[in-house]
Design a protein around this ligand. Sequence first.
Ligand SMILES: Nc1nc2c(ncn2[C@@H]2O[C@H](COP(=O)(O)OP(=O)(O)OP(=O)(O)O)[C@@H](O)[C@H]2O)c(=O)[nH]1
Ligand SMILES: [Mg+2]
Length: 577
Amino acid sequence: MHVVATAGHVDHGKSTLVRVLTGVDPDRWDEEKRRGLTIDLGFAGTTLPSGRGVSLVDVPGHVRFLKNMLAGVGAVDTCLFVVAATEGWKPQSEEHLRILELLGVGQGLVALTKVALVDDDSRELARLEMADHLTGTFLAGAEVVDVDAPTGAGLGDLVAALDRLLEVTPIAVDRGRARLWIDRSFPARGSGTVVTGTLSGGALATGDDLLIIGPSAATPRAVRVRALQSLGTGHGRIGPGNRVAVNVTGVGHGDVGRGDALVQPGRWHATTMVDASLTVLAALGHPVSRRGAHVAYVGSGEHPVQLRVLGPSAVEPGTTGLVRLHLPAALPLLPGDRFVLRESGRSETVGGGEILDVAPVRRAVDARPDRSVDRVVDERGWVDTDDLERLTGERRPSTVGRWVVAPRLYAATVERLRHALLDAGGGGLDITHFDDRERTVLRSLDGVQVSEGRAWTAGHGDDLAGHPFVAALEADPFHPPSADGVDRAELRMLIQRGLVVERDGLWFAPAAVAEASRHVAELLRVHPGGITVSQVREALATSRKWAVPLLAHLDATGVTRRRGDLRIAGPRLPSAR
Ligand SMILES: Nc1nc2c(ncn2[C@@H]2O[C@H](COP(=O)(O)OP(=O)(O)OP(=O)(O)O)[C@@H](O)[C@H]2O)c(=O)[nH]1
Ligand SMILES: [Mg+2]
């Protein structure tokens, strides 16, 4: 299935072609029919002689409705470009062509319409003039078909040419990351809301839990797919590259609209700031700077943006520069998404470009965005693999744990930790204040063991962990034996390594301390004003001999704090079980 958008100047015959190709009048509104003018997008589909399905998005040609045209072509990559032989190349022929180019539309078919109304010389002139304008654009090599709708001339050729075009047009890629830019929303006949759009990036299925993100609301809204249709037929699942009507529950039809996106949760980064390339149209009479009321067209939406040129202060006509755009509402965007920039004051198309970074970390003066994933990793140092996929659309194997790490930073971290291990010697390295990343690196290092808040290089007394004294302490945690008979040097190592806790001449297993902390936390939950030694003694089923030093240890490590005869919560009190 393919989606093809029409394009071309007002009154040149776009809707007429859609009607004769599909049998459906894309002009849906009374006002459109009365005025013989397309105001908003129209949709129709058909099956070509080859059996190939095609959806057509019919856009208005009148300059006043350009924003509707932009909403229709944002997710489409093939066009039916229409020029009337009677009028030849006109301003919106040019503007639509530029817009399609800026949006990265890659292929199309050209229809020269109303040919029965002109003589052969005029027709030839219109053809030559058009070829001139298409030179150097993506339509330079496109087939041009002469048609006349009322007489039916050339329509068979047009259908055949469309079939040939779609045969070589790549099918939309399924990246498992569906996004539907919404162009309409209306109440569903049963209940819920219907939203329509051109689906890209992945498939949708009934029962899917999705999010609606966009300017209609400050935060994403969760919805569920109740039913799916394409070209009026219900489906359980619809792949990318289709026009889709999605019946969703969870949002009222008035609370969602054009410019919002329907996406799979967890797969998209919603952003209000992007770095992008900006190609300024050669025909623009002035450079583009931050001055001016700029409007960016992204997906199916129109968004007033704050623009800042990165590097020099302006981008000259006919050149490409880098910009940072601030959007008024978060959108689910990815590098590679295209946009068109217009100036609302002068009502002119300024240019457009490609989004390069959806979450810039560098300040505007330092930012040098490009599409490289390595740059994103370098600028962040550490990136969670899922985050990296949301930021770039690409999944990279992790460097360590769940992170992709900038190579130089990773090497430096490994070296720093190796040195620290060496310096710590046989006693091991105290890692209680290390963060998650450092611990993960330590665990990944060859010959390094990590346990009980310490890390050490294997061979440096790692046999201590199985020491009989440790086992004896663990066997009866709240009546632990004394260290009589334990080799003093070994005992010192055990304490250094954190395998034994020493307090006031008594010894405990670290597990006993942890267990005591949990009991104390539970007691303090019931008695927030404070607890006594006897309460703790009873809770641990021990005697004062061990309860007192254990509490002293908890005081010293910040689990509890002493207030007179009572213990109250300290900053490191664990949560009660
Ligand atoms: N003789 C002749 N008339 C045509 C042809 N195509 C369209 N027309 C007429 O031209 C007028 C405009 O046609 P539309 O199809 O509405 O033009 P459009 O490009 O959709 O116009 P907008 O959507 O407003 O930009 C209508 O009156 C059509 O009947 C054609 O091939 N030959
Ligand atoms: Mg029309």
